[in-house]
Design a protein around this ligand. Sequence first.
Ligand code: NAD
Length: 714
Amino acid sequence: MTSSPAIRCTMLEPDIAVLTLDVPGKSANTLSSSVLQELSDHLDVLQPRDDLAGLIITSGKPDMFIAGADLREFVAFLGLPKEKTHELSRDGQRLLRRLSLCPFVTVAAIDGICVGGASELVSWCDRRLLTNNDKTQFGFPEVKLGLIPGWGGTVRAPRLVGLSNALELITSGDSIDSETAVLTGWCDDVVAVDQLLPAAVRLIRDDQRTGKYLADRKRWEQPLEPNETELGFLGVTASAWIRQQTKGHYPAPMAALELMAETAMLDVETACEKEASQLAALFGSPINAALLNVFFLQDRVKKDTGIDGTEIVPQRVESVGVIGAGIMGAGISAANVKRDVSVTLSDASRESLAKGAQQVFEEISYNKKTQAADVRRAIEKGPLLNLSHSEHEFSSCNLVIEAVVENLEIKQQVLQAVEKQLEPGAILASNTSTIPITTLGEQLQRPADFCGIHFFNPVRKMQLVEVIRGKQTSDPTVATAVAYTKQIGKLPIVVNDGPGFLVNRLLFPYMNESIELLCEGVTVAEIERAAKSFGMPMGPITLYDVVGIDTAVYAGRTIYEAFPDRCVVSPLLPAMVKAGRLGQKTGHGFFKYQKKKNRGQHDPEFEEFLQPFVRKKKTLTPEQITARLFMPMLLEATRVLEEGIVRSARDVDLGLIFGIGFPPFKGGLLFWADTIPGKELLETLKPFESLGKRYQPTELLKDMIAGGQAFYDR
Ligand code: NAD
């Protein structure tokens, strides 16, 4: 039995053929080897035909043209020899290039997502049409996977839109919308979805009449004219921008820049050959493998219901209540309204409610493109926000999230009062960052319908959400919380109740160790440098100042009370709180700040303040400092796995990448640990074992190393 085809060929008019991609059983079209083979087979039949005026390539899926190459195949190809990857790239280039050599006009009619290999495919067509659908986007995200386009994208793009526009899109990896695509010359026109095919036919007829497509083909086959001034300018500005964005950790954007600056002036054939060589050099590198892992960590969340084994249909959440209109409550409300979920927001204080409401309106009306408030957005989304002083208005909500001050008694009072208002089946959640969900749920009538939904600050930026399962939380409650957080665009991980949940529990050993290092005489600059060279977005000392020293002490208490065997409590932080050195918010902490939000500057007064706390002066190498910072985090992660706090090593990695900015190019803490031989890990720990349990290998780690196991069951 043959499987259903992914590409249908039909005749729209007697001389216009249409290839419609619709990979059976999938919500997204991808260009797998078998789909490429089908495309090749169709072109074998169509290309020799001299009775055709045109060929249209389109998709049969709503809001989805093609999501690029099949990344699962990429993973399978990671170990291939370089020559084989080079050959696969050359095959892809040759196949897609046929679209620019057919004896008829080729038009890509694009509705929905068109990225990666799909953008390469359409770039080889004579014409591109995009729809005005909000979901339509065009881009080359390859650099975000540590790669460059390898099916001729780097060759064709500068010839279509000029070197500058091509570099901007390919080296950033960002996608653009239809409007920007037409302005920058990537597409010929933007039309309504129902006008896509008629407009494609019109383009074919016009081109047949004028012969313009033949002139364009000739031009796009030529090298670009070198313009030394433009090239010099582009080289300097683009490489400075790339260096600033990648901090030297991601080689692909710079490789794309250098390649395109060279090959734009070469003939197409030589340029394609060089592109294939560069792709082969990057493909399968540790960074490429790590970034593919990050892609699959996110993809896994899409399919995960939060519950293993049983099939549970989550409740649809259409109306949410948020209690507490502070920083978090306002952020959570805005996240809902932006995704068309109606919100009832309340606060005990009128003033706080008004302030919170203003924050919500500012966020929902913000237009990224114009970087200003957009009244139309406020009018469109505003009615979804209902402000209230009474919990009686929560009776129609499917879900109520408590985000009041971090105080057990107040939270319990609020939760009990609102529980009485809810319909059976509605669920209740707390955004607490430190109080156990099981404790909060103890006084409730229906603790099974209660869980933690822990958003991160700022909610607008942070995709990660921890769904906390208390001892009594039911599976349907977890499944609904997971589905709901995905509905509002977040990445949820399910975490069993425990001190610090997942992310704060793993962050603490790293942060705490930076204080220990300071007290051993390592300088702030050395610690910050080690963390940043490892790839963290900011060093732990800066993070203390951003979070606030008082908040850090408060949150840290939960952890060191729970795990006194491996926490060293330094008197430095409480002394800083006492001295009013709270970080950015007071203008000085570890650093000093000219204005509240400015970058911290070296503070000689802090050096003096620190001296009484320095126990001994130690000299550590940068590698030792790095090990001191990250090994306790790794060991704590093995304890988290031992205790079953999360269901998979992948949850740990997703949580750290999206919760604290653990470097994506390392693939995640445990993915990274898997790249280090077990013996080496033990040797790294050895010199520090005398510091106590926080540097001694756990049973899980020892067993894994002895058994030759990895954290990932690849
Ligand atoms: P916040 O102080 O900004 O806001 C708390 C709000 O709760 C205030 O507006 C206050 O008026 C209101 N409130 C107090 N008692 C109330 C009551 N009885 N009924 C209704 N409203 C009441 O605090 P926040 O930073 O938004 O934190 C809220 C919750 O989110 C806390 O549990 C905190 O631990 C958690 N959290 C905070 C962060 C963060 O970085 N700020 C991150 C994750 C989780």
